[in-house]
Design a protein around this ligand. Structure first.
Ligand code: PHE
Length: 340
């Protein structure tokens, strides 16, 4: 009997010593001192001992229990410190490690330029009305006074989805959509992508960007066109920028003009950017053709208007010194990173 108790005590002490975690230790404690533990069961069986043995056994069991509990408590504290130290070690943060650089998003130069263009017109009271990139030939050509047999259709050859649906070749389609649903006075700009059949290389792309403008009201004249567009050139490039209006032709405006701004790179003296001319062509414009107004249900004897279409890619390229037209729609991250 004494031996059994000693064995339980020694085994118990050994298990305690070798426990590697608090959990292991608690399991061991239950196995010896728990309700059904080995030492507890001896106490429970005291009856089976003889009258002389009983007090001795009881005393021994209690001594053993005391020693074991003491050992458990000591080991428990020891393990607690060990486990805490290990956890602290594992969760240690080295605050001297350099942080990872975050990739910040930024606006594409095309969008920066677009925003600057819109800023001017919005400040002059224009609304911004975008229109679809996939258009009908009715809006892209017919209603713009460009019937099926008109030669201007060849100049603006684009990708046809069906024979009536195409990728718009000009934002001018947006003029018609606006005039059909809004009665004058109208003052709107319409930015967006346009498409034309073209091989891709550094100076040609089948996709580029325009901002369309349209003003329709009573008494609008060529003076308004010149004033608004000259003001734009001064706002966009610099206060001393000059403008030049050359006669041109568009089926949907009459008269039509091509507008040049004095070169912002050389101040008009002539350089590589303006190919020695001192001028940069920035847009096409004109007084809205009577046929276009009446086609949209606007009486051309009461209302007049002017329209313009500006290419964004070239002015962006000039401002940012970009020499490859493809970057304007490719979204190449290496190109964009230059402006971080
Ligand atoms: N849509 C014409 C083009 O793409 C530009 C333009 C717009 C001209 C409005 C006159 C008026 O070339």
């Amino acid at each position: 009997m004494i031996q059994t108790i000693n064995t339980i005590l020694n085994d118990g002490l050994q298990v305690i010593q070798s426990a590697k975690s608090q959990k292991e230790l608690l399991d061991a404690k239950v196995a010896v001192l728990g309700k059904n533990g080995s030492l507890t069961s001896i106490l429970r069986n005291l009856k089976s001992f003889s009258a002389e043995e009983r007090p001795i056994a009881g005393k021994l069991v209690n001594e053993a229990r005391g020693k074991l509990e003491q050992a458990f408590a000591t080991k428990f504290e020891e393990l607690k410190i060990l486990e805490l130290t290990a956890r602290l070690e594992k969760e240690k943060i080295d605050i001297t490690v350099p942080s990872q650089k975050r990739n910040m998003g930024r606006l594409h130069p095309m969008n920066v330029v677009k925003a600057k263009v819109l800023e001017y017109f919005v400040s002059m009271g224009f609304t911004v009305d975008e229109s679809p990139e996939i258009e009908t030939d009715r809006y892209n050509f017919d209603m713009l006074n460009t019937p099926v047999d008109h030669p201007a259709r060849n100049l603006q050859d684009t990708l046809f989805v069906t024979d009536k649906i195409l990728l718009r070749s000009q934002t001018s389609a947006g003029q018609i959509r606006k005039m059909e649903k809004t009665a004058p006075p109208i003052k709107m700009v319409s930015p967006g992508r346009v498409y034309r059949a073209d091989e891709i290389d550094a100076t040609h792309t089948p996709c580029f960007h325009q901002v369309e403008g349209l003003v329709v009201d009573k008494g609008i004249t060529m003076c308004d066109l010149k004033g608004i567009l000259s003001g734009f050139a001064r706002y966009f490039f610099s206060a001393d920028t000059k403008t030049r209006f050359r006669p041109s032709h568009f089926p949907f405006t009459e008269p039509s003009v091509e507008v040049d701004a004095s070169c912002s790179a050389c101040g008009g003296k002539g350089c590589r950017v303006c190919k020695g001319t001192g001028w940069i062509e920035i847009l096409g414009a004109g007084m809205v053709n009577r046929n276009v107004l009446s086609g949209c249900g606007i009486d051309p004897d009461v209302y007049t208007g002017f329209a313009f279409g500006m290419g964004l890619d070239r002015i962006t390229a000039i401002l940012y010194g970009i020499n490859d037209a493809r970057v304007s729609f490719e979204g190449d991250i290496r190109f964009l990173k230059q402006f971080d």
